[in-house]
Design a protein around this ligand. Structure first.
Ligand code: SAM
Ligand code: DTB
Ligand code: SF4
Length: 368
């Protein structure tokens, strides 16, 4: 069903700019209404082709336009993916996301190799995600046919700021690929990066774009810039953690049923800032000590943090070597009975009264 609710930028601004603790409280309530707030979904990343990318994304270590990205690897072999999938599963992840530094698929051979990788991930009983640049409808359909559950393609920032960061493609190119993913009946993983030198209004503009996608993305990764030496954004002033918490909380309120994932940049956050993000409704992380080309939190430190906070990994426990046709992709536990129900205050912030799809109806009913 189409989502006819349009969250306006003004409505989102009002939510985003509340006193921080009110915002976090509100997001925590929405979280408990729609999700099991004690569970954290864990995804593992694997770079299957690194560097040499034709795009010029100003933040990226893999762009051939910047010094660090000039060296490129070949597409790794299927066996490596099988090993990574097994390790990811054993480490408690339930999704493996494979990433390739491509503007788009170069040829059919690469597409067929990636399809084999997707099948191997599914055979391990994991959810599959891929991020490989732009897709045509035919490519999206083929990936779906191979068993791909999610396609990651970030909008990254607001439409207005986009060309300050990337010049080799447009915002509309991104939206077109997301549409192809949807048309292929795959789930969308789409989010952005904070700390690109953007204004607060750009962060709000990003959230506006994501929340108004029809339907909303099932996964919303929120990255904080990991500065890469010798890239155009290497020396941008780091973002305050409070802005991250505001973005996470606002994402949770606007997209109550999505996985809101603390993605790149988590390694530099204190335990306290991470705890605040979980309080604000983040319910997914990348686990494993590497992202694509940069470091991630050590599994031991995550274990300690989760123990301190009383959080546990979701671990959806699907059978290994599951038959592709019978494994259902598990949705966020939307209809779960809240663990510690907190009654909603009669009136929080008015964010619009227009008709919407179920997701947005919930948010509006709750908030309006
Ligand atoms: N090439 C594909 C694409 O751009 O869609 C997929 C790979 S790309 C590395 C995936 C996402 O990682 C980007 O859209 C961006 O949001 C994030 N990312 C890349 N480099 C980053 C960095 N240095 N710091 C934070 N996030 C980063
Ligand atoms: C996303 O939003 N973040 C992940 C995943 N999707 C593919 C990638 C983060 C990359 C961080 C920089 C690096 O390791 O190269
Ligand atoms: Fe990096 Fe992806 Fe941009 Fe290529 S398209 S430069 S891999 S972020």
């Amino acid at each position: 069903m189409a989502n006819v609710t349009q969250f306006s930028r003004e409505e989102i601004e009002k939510i985003y700019n509340q006193p921080l603790l009110e915002l976090v409280f509100q997001a925590a309530q929405v979280h408990r209404e729609h999700q099991d707030s004690r569970k954290i979904q864990c995804a593992t990343l694997l770079s299957v082709k690194t560097g040499g990318c034709a795009e010029d994304c100003g933040y990226c270590s893999q762009s051939a336009h910047h010094k660090p990205g000039k060296v490129k690897s070949k597409l790794i072999g299927l066996e490596e993916v099988k090993i990574a999938a097994k390790e990811a599963r054993e480490a408690g992840s339930d999704r493996l996301c494979i990433g390739a530094a491509w503007r788009s698929f170069r040829n059919d051979k690469d597409l067929q190799s990636v399809k084999a990788m997707i099948r191997a991930i599914k055979d391990e009983g994991l959810e599959s995600c891929a991020t490989m640049g732009m897709l045509t409808q035919k490519q999206a359909d083929e990936l779906k046919e191979a068993g791909l559950d999610y396609y990651n393609h970030n909008l990254d920032t607001s439409p207005e700021y986009y060309s300050k960061v990337i010049t080799t493609r447009t915002y509309q190119d991104r939206l077109d690929t997301l549409e192809a993913v949807r048309n292929a009946d795959m789930k969308i993983c789409s989010g952005g990066i904070l700390g690109l030198g953007e204004e607060q209004s750009d962060r709000i503009g990003l959230l506006e774009q994501l929340a108004n996608l029809e339907p909303q993305p099932e996964s919303v990764p929120i990255n904080v810039l990991v500065p890469i030496k010798d890239t155009p954004l290497a020396n941008v002033t780091p973002i305050d953690w409070v802005e991250l918490v505001r973005a996470v909380a606002t994402a949770r309120i606007l997209m109550p049923k999505s996985w809101v994932r603390m993605s790149a940049g988590r390694e530099k956050l204190s335990e306290e800032a991470q705890a605040m993000c979980f309080m604000a409704g983040a319910n997914s992380v990348f686990s494993g000590d590497r992202l694509l080309t940069t470091d991630n939190n050590k599994p031991d430190s995550d274990k300690i943090l989760f123990q301190k906070l009383g959080l546990s990994k979701l671990e959806q426990n699907r059978p290994r070597n599951a038959n592709l046709n019978t494994v259902e992709s598990v949705e966020p536990p939307a209809s779960q009975t809240p663990l510690s129900p907190i009654s909603a205050p009669a009136q929080l912030i008015q964010i619009g009264k227009k008709q919407s799809q179920e997701i947005s109806e919930d948010a509006h009913a709750y908030l309006g």
